[in-house]
Design a protein around this ligand. Structure first.
Ligand code: B3K
Ligand code: ZN
Length: 865
């Protein structure tokens, strides 16, 4: 919380630090509310100057400062810093502080998660542990001595290698850790607690044996196996695909219940939200298993892209996050279905990321100005950042891309680098001019590609005209043309692919769109073709091309590229929704759509997981992005009618798909997961068509969480009477397990009907619910505000009032969680005027709140701008 108006930081203002810190020795005496930290650092002046040493520090009680062992009072202190006016050229600084982990509900710095101590330092949490140069370009060698009660905290963990331990007379014990790799403070971690430990090992390609340890709450050992398998798979994948080897003798993962996000890549000691570690068939769904694999991979891959080479400043965050998301996407795609992974990632870009671009927080993947860094761990920096890396991969090809990655890592190993450093290495390794491509880092917003074509039958010539335009965003009015890789194929009327010929030669599928208007001429085209544009979503743009229903049906049936088949169905669905909206929502379902769905259902050759994706309707959020402004209730009605229409028109085929894809026993294996996902999509339609008996039967028979939840979800969505019996039964079985019960909270929060808000309020009184646990808040409140747009945007404004109440509590309790929760309230540009007015009023009320944290301040002030 700050009293004064929060300050904006600008990327252009970057200055190297005035001082370097070479080593930091921490001595931490753990006590719930009075932890003492002694920090001894070796500091040296960077260049010739007489600037003071200004250390960051927040929520600290300063006990003592000494220079070269001599106590000093020559310092100035405020809420955010400690200033030492005159310090020697090189010296040893000792700082003693006291902190209160038990009172730390922001879950940043050192805090208590249940009975364990743990830390979260990225981006700027280390300054809540001691005064320090808390910035990513100051890299020091850390040693950490932890002392705590031996009975309550048998495990004392930190980064690097364990180099000493001992027992004290007073029932306490200590462990000393040494991390040989210099690191910025944000990668520091400490954990103390009592756990069960799953142990294994991995032998790296150079033959070194690495101990692998996963720490979980007592009694949860049987739920850690999949995380361990995922870790070993990640280590093997990084060696095989990127030739990158792990570098310490031990890799530890600790699962905690109270965590603001998914996980954290601290050097050698990852701290994870338990949600991304614990799984067994009774408690986890197929998607939970996949998520665990992905997040374990992501944090592991950071060891090179993030830790060995880190970011010079936080504006460069996408340097490590975009790249590491790209790496985890490739990992998941190599292990599972590439097409299904691509589809799921594209859904995120087209829905919530495009919405971010259209809202008040629009920013480039490398932001230019920031008030609260935690607000920039966004879909833009992560997911769009990964799309930018993917475009480089598309332009360069796998081999040149890997050469570029290797060059970047070797050149900057042990350093703090910038996005420009990365692009420079990619350019050098491939010989490609990436000058214009670089604009992707600095330009915000969603480009629109408008494509028109012309076929000259006499000449056999086909001309594509591609225009690019990026609409202005709140942060940037002027936009420049980008380098856009446009992947394309041409199909004949019979659905045969046509060889691409340009300037007398056959050419590859990727067109380099560089100008505001760019023309491409293809020769020897025998008949007027159907273009498959933006294959694989080759760039994060909106595409506008006047496809006819026939062309989309053709692509859905015949495209060689599976992604294009899915995308064609999406476009057909979008077209249908747009047409129905234009007609006031009352027209019949088009035949062509029903036919396409029938063809998909009857196609024996189509992969089941892909089928399931093709038969899943786009969600309301991504449909919103099709319109400038829209009445969300009307849109939701159209969406519902579409589902119901398809359910009724194809009932026998849904039944067939259901019975054909039963899995006799539960196995976590891609073929079986694909069967279950197709079967459960079919169940959803059957529920809409009123087949209640089947839904209830699945709930009763299910031997795994995937099928249990699918039955409940189908019943809740379709409003079947048996849903209450299922919900009651489920609560009876799982009320003791917060992670499992989160599914129950989420389902009820996303239920249709105007009674939902009252139910959400009631569920906040459930003994398992707590505002101080981010997982519970996201599962109940976040699911309602983000996952139930119709009820959140109720015409009477009650949804907004509810969020207002919650935010005024969370603003104090946990500003980061509050700030994530406010997203649906600030992204109002697509809504009707009445709702916008109601929202503005609420935002003004929030803005007037005393002690408004920087996090909310930044978002609200931009939304009201
Ligand atoms: N690097 C962390 C995210 C930290 C978020 C701080 N608010 C996890 C990750 O992206 O791997
Ligand atoms: Zn990350």
């Amino acid at each position: 919380m700050t009293q004064t108006k929060p300050q904006v930081q600008y990327r252009d203002d970057y200055q190297p630090p005035h001082y370097w810190i070479d080593t930091l020795d921490l001595d931490i005496q753990l006590h719930d509310s009075r932890t003492e930290v002694v920090a001894i650092s070796r500091i040296r002046r960077n260049g010739e100057h007489s600037e003071p040493l200004i250390l960051n520090g927040e929520h600290l009680a300063l006990l003592q400062v000494a220079i070269n062992g001599v106590e000093t009072r020559q310092y100035q202190q405020d809420d955010e810093s400690l200033l030492l006016p005159q310090v020697p050229q090189e010296f040893v600084l000792t700082i003693k502080t006291r902190i209160n982990p038990a009172a730390n509900s922001a879950l940043e710095g050192l805090y208590k998660s249940g009975s364990a101590f743990c830390t979260q330092c990225e981006a700027q949490g280390f300054r809540r542990i001691t005064y320090y140069l808390d910035r990513p370009d100051v890299l020091a060698r850390f040693s950490t001595r932890i002392t705590a009660d031996a009975a309550a905290y048998p495990y004392l963990l930190s980064n690097g290698n364990r180099v000493g331990q001992g027992v004290l007379d007073d029932g306490r014990h200590w462990v000393q850790w040494q991390d040989p790799f210099p690191k910025p403070a944000y990668l520091f971690a400490l954990v103390a607690g009592d756990f069960d430990v799953l142990r294994d090992s991995f032998t790296t390609y150079s033959g070194r044996e690495v101990a692998l340890e996963i720490y979980v709450d007592k009694g949860n050992l049987h739920r850690a196996g999949h995380a361990m398998d995922s870790l070993k798979a990640s280590m093997a994948w990084d060696e095989q695909r990127c030739h990158l080897e792990y570098d310490l003798d031990v890799y530890m993962i600790v699962a905690v219940d109270f965590f603001n996000m998914g996980a954290m890549e601290n050097k050698g000691l990852n701290v994870f939200n338990a949600k991304f570690v614990l799984a067994d068939e009774n408690t986890a769904t197929d998607n939970d298993y996949l998520d665990i694999e992905r997040v374990i991979g992501h944090e592991y891959f950071h060891n090179w892209t993030g830790n060995r080479v880190t970011c010079r400043d936080w504006f460069q965050l996408s340097l490590k996050e975009g790249l590491t998301v790209f790496r985890d996407q490739e990992f998941s795609s190599d292990l599972g279905s590439r097409t299904v992974n691509r589809i799921r990632n594209v859904r995120i870009i087209r829905g919530p990321q495009f919405a971010e671009d259209a809202g008040p927080m629009a920013h480039p993947i490398r932001p230019d100005e920031v008030i609260e860094m935690n607000n920039f761990y966004t879909l833009t920096v992560y997911e769009k950042g990964a799309e930018v890396i993917r475009m480089l991969h598309t332009l360069l090809g796998e081999q040149a891309f890997q050469r570029g990655l290797a060059l970047y890592l070797q050149r900057h190993d042990g350093q703090a680098a910038t996005c420009n450093d990365f692009v420079a290495a990619m350019s050098e390794a491939s010989g490609r001019d990436l000058g214009r491509f670089n604009r992707w880092y600095g330009q915000s917003g969603t480009p629109v590609l408008t494509v028109s074509d012309d076929y000259d039958a006499d000449q056999g010539r086909y001309t594509l005209t591609v225009r690019q335009h990026t609409p202005p965003t709140r942060d940037q009015q002027e936009k420049l043309p980008l380098h856009i890789p446009l992947s394309l194929a041409l199909y004949s009327e019979q659905g045969e692919p046509i060889t691409l010929m340009r300037e007398g030669q056959s050419c590859g599928p990727v067109l380099d769109v560089l100008e505001a208007e760019h023309r491409f001429v293809f020769e020897q085209v025998p008949s007027c073709p159907t273009p498959a544009l933006l294959q694989g979503f080759s760039a994060p743009v909106k595409l506008s091309y006047p496809y006819s229903d026939e062309q989309l049906s053709l692509l859905a049936r015949c495209s060689i590229d599976e992604f294009v088949r899915w995308d064609a169905v999406q476009m057909l669905l979008n077209k249908t929704v747009q047409a129905q909206m234009a007609a006031g929502g009352e027209t019949a379902l088009p035949r062509s759509l029903v036919d396409v769905f029938r063809t998909i259902l009857e196609d024996p050759a189509l992969d089941r997981a892909l089928k399931a994706e093709m038969l899943t309707l786009p969600d309301l959020g991504s449909l919103l992005e099709l319109f400038e402004q829209v009445d969300i209730e009307v849109l939701a009605r159209v969406h519902d009618r579409l589902g119901l229409g398809l359910a009724e028109a194809l009932q026998p085929l849904w039944r067939q798909a259901y019975t054909d894809n039963l899995t006799p026993e539960y196995r976590i294996e891609h073929q079986d997961m694909a069967r279950r996902s197709l079967k459960n999509v079919a169940l959803g339609y059957l529920a809409l068509a009123g087949d209640e008996a089947r839904v209830f039967e699945q709930y009763r028979q299910a031997d795994n969480m995937t099928d249990t939840l699918a039955a409940m979800k189908a019943a809740v969505r379709a409003g079947l009477g048996s849903r209450d019996a299922m919900l009651t039964d489920f609560e009876g079985k799982w009320h003791h397990d917060g992670l499992v019960l989160d599914n129950w909270f989420r389902l009820q929060a996303t239920a249709p009907g105007e009674q939902t808000l009252a139910r959400v309020r009631q569920l906040m009184q459930h003994p398992t619910f707590s505002l101080s646990n981010p997982n519970r808040v996201r599962a109940l409140i976040g699911a309602f505000t983000s996952g139930n747009p119709v009820q959140f945007h109720r015409a009477d404004g009650a949804g907004y009032d509810f969020l207002l109440e919650i935010l005024s509590q969370l603003n104090r309790l946990n500003p980061q969680v509050a700030s994530r929760l406010i997203t649906p309230l600030i992204q109002f540009s697509r809504l009707d005027d009445a709702r916008r007015r109601m929202i503005t009023l609420r935002l003004q009320q929030l803005m007037a709140m005393p002690d408004l944290a920087r996090d909310l301040f930044e978002k609200i002030s931009k939304a009201l701008d």
